[in-house]
Design a protein around this ligand. Structure first.
Ligand SMILES: *[C@@H]1O[C@H](CO)[C@@H](O)[C@H](O)[C@H]1NC(C)=O
Ligand SMILES: *[C@@H]1O[C@H](CO)[C@@H](O)[C@H](O)[C@H]1NC(C)=O
Ligand SMILES: *[C@@H]1O[C@H](CO)[C@@H](O)[C@H](O)[C@H]1NC(C)=O
Length: 212
């Protein structure tokens, strides 16, 4: 009898853990806030380095899926049921590591924005390092929802296999703006309400659900 109740307790404990797991994983680990704020400090100079140091209307070629804005987040939340924020966060890292690489590639060693962008990339990688460390490895092996997997596959495609119609011309400034605005919403726990005011409309709870 005693044994039985003990095992029930144990089982209950395990169930509790499982039930809690998704909740724990959707929020941003507190350890990410420091590197995110450091990245945010760099991002505050983006107008100067991503716009003023480039010719007017200068744009670079990116994959269609490398345009990842707030509207994409709301659309994905509508399309994919119970979409975990962690999935969107993984996508954010995947998109933006490619974006930063592409921006750096168009600048010569002596370009006035080169060291700024290299620092931005370093700080971005620091955030990613903490992100990976603060979740169990299994999380990153979990299957992605189909629609997200499809986007992921396009993002990791070799450039010479990307169809002409799937390339877009975008200014470095708008790419980095996208990185910044989506960061405020996907890691909102690390930013104050004023900074993340644009997230409200795109947030999980406020996303308008189309009635069936
Ligand atoms: C992030 O940067 C913005 C713009 O520079 C600033 O207003 C905001 O206070 C910063 N937030 C944090 C948490 O560092
Ligand atoms: C830049 O783009 C805007 C909007 O498309 C256009 O009106 C303007 O003439 C362009 N400027 C240059 C210098 O190409
Ligand atoms: C974001 O939306 C645009 C416009 O619909 C689309 O072309 C792009 O592929 C989307 N990005 C992602 C990461 O899904």
């Amino acid at each position: 009898m005693v044994q039985k109740s003990a095992s029930v307790c144990l089982l209950g404990g395990f169930l509790g853990l499982f039930l809690m797991a998704p909740v724990l994983m959707t929020s941003t680990p507190a350890s990410m806030c420091t590197p995110l704020k450091t990245l945010n400090d760099s991002l505050s100079h983006r107008r100067r380095y991503m716009k003023h140091n480039f010719p007017i209307n200068y744009s670079i070629r990116v994959y269609r899926e490398e345009i990842f804005k707030l509207s994409n987040i709301s659309r994905m939340r509508l399309k994919v049921e119970e979409l975990d924020d962690l999935v969107l966060q993984r996508l954010w890292f995947q998109v933006n590591q490619g974006v930063l690489k592409k921006i750096i590639r168009v600048m010569s060693e002596r370009h006035p924005s080169r060291s700024y962008t290299a620092e931005l990339e370093r700080r971005f990688k620091d955030v990613e390092g903490v992100f990976v460390q603060s979740h169990p490895a299994e999380v990153f092996q979990q299957e992605l929802p189909e629609a997200v997997q499809e986007t992921w596959d396009h993002l990791t495609e070799e450039p010479d296999r990307v169809q002409e119609s799937n390339w877009r011309l975008v200014s470095p400034k708008s790419l980095v703006d996208n990185l910044c605005h989506t960061m405020y919403c996907l890691f909102s726990e690390c930013f104050d309400t004023e900074t993340r005011q644009n997230c409200e409309y795109h947030s999980k709870d406020k996303t308008f659900k189309i009635p069936l």
